[in-house]
Design a protein around this ligand. Structure first.
Ligand SMILES: NC(=O)c1ccc[n+]([C@@H]2O[C@H](COP(=O)([O-])OP(=O)(O)OC[C@H]3O[C@@H](n4cnc5c(N)ncnc54)[C@H](O)[C@@H]3O)[C@@H](O)[C@H]2O)c1
Length: 264
C-alpha cells in the first residue's frame, strides 16, 4: 500500500460501483480515509464490506446526491467520523440514452438534478469545513461527452457534463482564496456496470474500435487521474480538466484509417 493520501479524508459520491468504486478503492489503498455514498443501500453496504475485508478505512453512507438535505448530512457524517474533509469527488451520475425529441421534461430534470445540481450541492455542503481547514480539493467526474464531443441520445447528459465545466471554473475562481482547488476528469468510454446496463454490445464494440490505444478504459484509469489531482503534486492546478480517454477524441480522420492496434 502506498501513502499518497495518508492522513487525508475523502468523500466520493456514487462510490458503490464503477468509476466511483475505483476512486474509493485507490484513495483508500493510498492511505486515505474514504466516506463513499450511493443511493443504492444494498450495493453500498456490500462494497463497504468488501473494501473493509481488505483492511481499507472506508465507510458507506446511503445518500441521494441530488438532495440538499442529503448533501449536508453527508458532510456532517464525514466530519463527525474523521474531523475533516480534504478531498471531495462528486462522481455520481445517471445516463439514460434518449433522443432529444423523445426526452420528457421529467427525464431532463432528473438527469440535471443528479449530474449537475448534485456536484454543486455536495461541493457547497463541504465548503465551510474546507474553508475552516485552510484548503481542500474538489475533483468532479465530468465526461468527454458534452465538453468535447457528443452522440445521439446524450442530449441531457452532454448538457450536464458541459455545464459542470462552467461550475468547475467558477468554483475554482471563487474558492481559490481559501486554497480550495476545483478540477475535473473527463473519462472517455470506461467499461463499468452502468455502461454494460445502459449501452448495448454494438455501442461498446464501436467505442472500442474508435480508441487509438485499442481498449476501453477501466475505473482504475480514471482513479489514477483523480489521485493525481488529489495529491500534493497538483497543489497549483485549479479550474482544469484532464481527459482520460485512450486518445479517443484525437483523430482528425475516420478511425478506420488510423494505424490498427495489435490486440492480444
Ligand atoms: N462509464 C463511462 O464510460 C463514463 C464515461 C464518462 C463519464 N462517466 C462518468 O463517471 C461517473 C460514474 O459513471 P459509472 O459508469 O461508474 O456509472 P455507474 O452507473 O456504474 O455507477 C454510478 C453510481 O452512482 C450511483 N448513483 C446514481 N444516482 C445517484 C444519486 N442520485 N445519488 C448518489 N448516487 C447515485 C449509482 O447507484 C451507481 O452506483 C459518472 O459521473 C459518469 O457520468 C462515465
Amino acid at each position: 500500500m502506498a501513502d499518497r493520501m495518508a492522513g487525508k479524508v475523502a468523500i466520493v459520491t456514487g462510490g458503490s460501483r464503477g468509476i466511483g468504486f475505483g476512486i474509493t478503492l485507490l484513495l483508500a489503498q493510498e492511505g486515505g480515509k474514504v466516506v463513499f455514498t450511493d443511493v443504492n443501500q444494498e450495493r453500498g453496504e456490500a462494497a463497504e464490506s468488501d473494501l473493509r475485508r481488505d483492511g481499507l478505512d472506508v465507510s458507506f453512507l446511503q445518500s441521494d446526491t441530488s438532495r440538499q438535505d442529503c448533501a449536508e448530512a453527508m458532510a456532517e457524517a464525514a466530519i463527525a467520523r474523521h474531523g475533516r474533509i480534504d478531498v471531495l469527488c462528486p462522481n455520481a451520475a445517471i445516463y439514460p440514452e434518449t433522443r432529444l425529441e423523445d426526452t420528457s421534461e421529467e427525464e431532463w430534470d432528473a438527469v440535471c438534478a443528479v449530474n449537475l445540481k448534485g456536484p454543486f450541492l455536495v461541493s457547497k455542503a463541504c465548503l465551510a469545513q474546507m474553508k475552516k481547514q485552510g484548503g481542500g480539493r474538489i475533483i468532479v467526474t465530468s465526461s468527454i461527452t458534452g465538453p468535447r464531443v457528443s452522440s445521439p441520445g446524450h442530449g441531457h447528459y452532454a448538457a450536464t457534463k458541459a455545464g459542470l465545466m462552467g461550475f468547475v471554473r467558477t468554483a475554482a475562481l471563487e474558492w481559490a482564496p481559501y486554497q480550495i482547488t476545483v478540477n475535473a476528469v473527463e473519462p472517455g468510454n470506461i467499461l463499468t456496470e452502468g455502461m454494460k446496463l445502459h449501452r448495448d454490445q454494438a455501442f461498446i464494440d464501436s467505442q472500442e474500435a474508435a480508441v487509438p490505444l485499442g481498449r476501453l478504459g477501466t475505473p482504475l484509469d480514471i482513479a489514477r487521474a483523480v489521485l493525481f489531482l488529489a495529491s500534493d503534486e497538483a497543489t497549483y492546478i485549479t479550474g482544469q480538466s484532464i481527459v482520460v480517454d485512450g486518445g479517443q477524441i484525437l483523430p482528425e480522420m475516420a478511425t478506420a484509417v488510423l494505424p490498427q492496434v495489435d490486440r492480444p
